[in-house]
Structures are given as structure tokens and as C-alpha cells.
Design a protein around this ligand. Sequence first.
Ligand code: ZN
Length: 240
Amino acid sequence: MAVFFLLGACFGSFLGVIVYRLPRKLPIGLSCSRCPQCGQRIRWYDNIPILSYILLGGRCRFCKSRIPIRYPLIELITAILFLSTFTRYGIGIKTLSLLILFSMLVAVSFMDLDTQKIPDILTLPGMGMGLVLSFWTISIVKSGIGIAVGVGLLYIVAIIGKLLLKKDAMGGGDIKLLGMIGSFLGPVGALLTLFFGALVGVVVSVPMRKKRVPFGPFLSIGAFIAALWGERIINMIIKH
Ligand SMILES: [Zn+2]
């Protein structure tokens, strides 16, 4: 159990780097992390996921400038995702496939929050990965239909939104994102993702009264609910 939490935290640390570097077109390699304020190299013992942030009091060891809370936050979220997936499905190809999907979703969500854009460079290869992995999980047919349903659903939403609101309510990035989710979870998973994503989106964004709320994070939360509890929820509905 603890191993999965730690693994998630470490992987979250890597995702934090991607979220920062990918939109800025910086190289994503194993180059050392530096403090963006004073340029000092961050030592390994100051780079331990979650723990270092707490020990340093959220500040750089050298110049005492604030470390953004998002880094430990991304590490914690990824750690929880890894742990809950392992708890639900144990060790196997299904868990591996979901961990790949959830990691992509974490990166996509934070980039969407930052830039209001969901990069194709993550969602399109993601779709390919979902297709390949489906060979051992949901079957390649379901994965293909999942992509079609995911893309189709949001495409229809986008057209209706444009007719009603006279502006682009749904971005192309969101459409491809649900396609990627469909490639991992299949058509029913894509439907449930949209349903739960929209539900959480309405509950969260209505009180905020913001004009433009990125949909990527909500679709990601929807995918998480659909992937871990979708079958149980459907069984409950069928029984009643
Ligand atoms: Zn510094």
C-alpha cells in the first residue's frame, strides 16, 4: 500500500515538472531542477515529494522565496490516485493502464488551469496508448468505439453550445480529451465520465460565478469516478 503512495508521490513530482515545462517549451529531461528565483540547484534532499515542502516550510532553502503549493499538491493528488487504483484493482495490467490514464489527466488538468489549453501532444499519443493497452484490458473494439463516443458526444455538445450561446463553449482540446478517456475506459466509461464531469463541474463552478471555467479538470474527475466506481454505479442503477 505505502509503496503505491510513494510511487505516486514520486511520479507526481515528475508530472509537476511536465506541467511547468511543456507549455513553456522547455526541455523535459533529467536536467536538475533549479529555484526559479535564485537559480540555486535544488539538492536531492530538498526534492523529496511532499515531505521536503513541509520540512522547508514551503520556501527555498537559499533565497526563502515561496515554493508554489501546486508542487506538493500535484504529488499528493497523484499519490492518492495511485493508492486508490491499487486498492480497487490490485496489481495488474488494468491498474497499470489506469495509472497511465490518471497521470496524463493530472498533467492535462493543471495545464488547462494554467493556459486554458489542452495540448494535443498529450491527448493524441494518449489515445494511441489507450488503444494499444485495450488489447489486454477492455478490448480494442471497445476502445475504438470509446474514442468515437467520447469525441462524438462532446462534438455534439460543442455544436449545441455554439447554437445556444453563439460562441465556442467547448474547445477542441476537451473533445480530444474525452476521446482519450474513451480509448482507456470504453464507450460506457466515456458516457459516465461526461455525466460525472458535468455534474461536478456544475456543483463547483456555479457558486464561483466565473465566466470561463476550464472543463479539463472536471472531465478528469469524472474519468476517475467512472474508472473506479462506474461498474458499481451501473449495477446499482440496474438493480433498482
Ligand atoms: Zn531560491
